[in-house]
Write a protein that binds this ligand. Structure first.
Ligand SMILES: O=C(O)CCC(=O)C(=O)O
Length: 307
């Protein structure tokens, strides 16, 4: 039973692969996040001696600013996340993408095909792709060639993305049900009728299956693209952004946040009580309910009477 998703949202998630939530964040939350993006980017530019027009991605962004950390268990998003993927989860990645306007002479090529000079100039994710289907990850023989359901992300545009060509995220509705091979065989062309350019106000959110084909369009506007993705996957998988998060961060976090940060809030042996002869990873079979506080939280939400 859903905690927070409406029937229409459940259908969108199932059939299209994503749920669009326009104006999800409050203006104050959006401003805090947008300021945080500027702050973090300035810090990194200073640390690395990079010019202002540099475009780049910051991974494990949650460790860089409290505003990003607060997104991982956002009180109105968490119920939707749990509806989408369940309670046995942790953060796989949190990433900030910062993309100033393209230089005027940069030829972008066709959206998503990856044949433009932007790709050669190192702009990331400009080619249509599902996540986790790269040759290093999941490409290989399987019965139907489709990606299993492994994870979701929540996309937050932190700038006004309501026009075309400002670094919009594009999605191909329903493509999570297709094989990644089909996309490769099509030379990364997605017909116009199967492609959706998201045009959303700052502070919107999109909860999406990362198996959905997606790409980033060119930023030919005068605005800087500032966006966050918060990725959640199952606890028995390995995160991309960390092996273990900073112990100081874990120590000051709530039990649910500790779970999401990939820790074991019970503080028990990660390999169980008889780790010497019968190791049993507590990321697999959870003996201590305190290690997955999201479970009792979710069950409590289900039991709560509708408002
Ligand atoms: O920056 C974006 O919005 C797209 C990110 C992306 O393509 C990815 O994480 O795989």
């Amino acid at each position: 039973m859903a905690i927070a998703m409406t029937t229409e949202q459940e259908r969108d998630f199932e059939e299209k692969g994503f749920v669009i939530l326009e104006n999800f964040l409050t203006p104050e939350e959006t401003e805090r996040l947008s300021d945080a993006a500027d702050e973090v980017v300035e810090e990194i530019q200073a640390e690395k001696g990079l010019p202002k027009e540099t475009h780049f991605q910051v991974r494990n962004a949650l460790s860089r600013h409290e505003a990003f950390l607060d997104l991982i268990d956002h009180p109105r998003m968490l119920p939707l996340v749990v509806d989408a993927i369940g309670w046995n989860i942790q953060i796989r990645t949190t990433h900030l993408d910062y993309r100033p306007p393209y230089p005027e002479d940069l030829e972008a090529g066709q959206v998503g095909v990856g044949d433009g000079a932007d790709k050669d100039a190192g702009y990331r994710n400009v080619t249509w792709h599902p996540d986790l289907a790269s040759p290093q990850l999941f490409m290989g023989p399987s019965l139907d060639g489709r990606l299993p359901f492994m994870e979701i992300k929540v996309f937050y545009p932190l700038f006004d993305m309501s026009e075309s060509n400002c670094g919009n995220l594009w999605l191909s509705p329903g493509s999570h049900m297709k094989s990644p091979k089909e996309l490769r065989q099509a030379g990364h062309h997605v017909p116009d009728e199967d492609a959706l350019e998201l045009k959303l106000p700052a502070g919107s959110a999109v909860l999406w299956r990362t198996a959905t084909w997606h790409c980033v369009g060119p930023n030919q506007s005068q605005k800087t693209r500032k966006i966050m993705h918060v990725g959640y996957h199952y606890r028995w998988m390995r995160p991309t952004d960390y092996i273990q998060q900073d112990p100081e961060l874990i120590a000051r976090s709530s039990p649910i946040r500790q779970q999401l940060l990939g820790a074991l809030p019970s503080g028990g042996d990660p390999l169980g009580e008889v780790s010497d002869v019968a190791p049993s990873s507590q990321y697999w079979l959870t003996k201590n309910p305190e290690d997955v506080p999201l479970r009792s939280w979710a069950e409590g939400q289900e039991a709560a009477p509708a408002p």
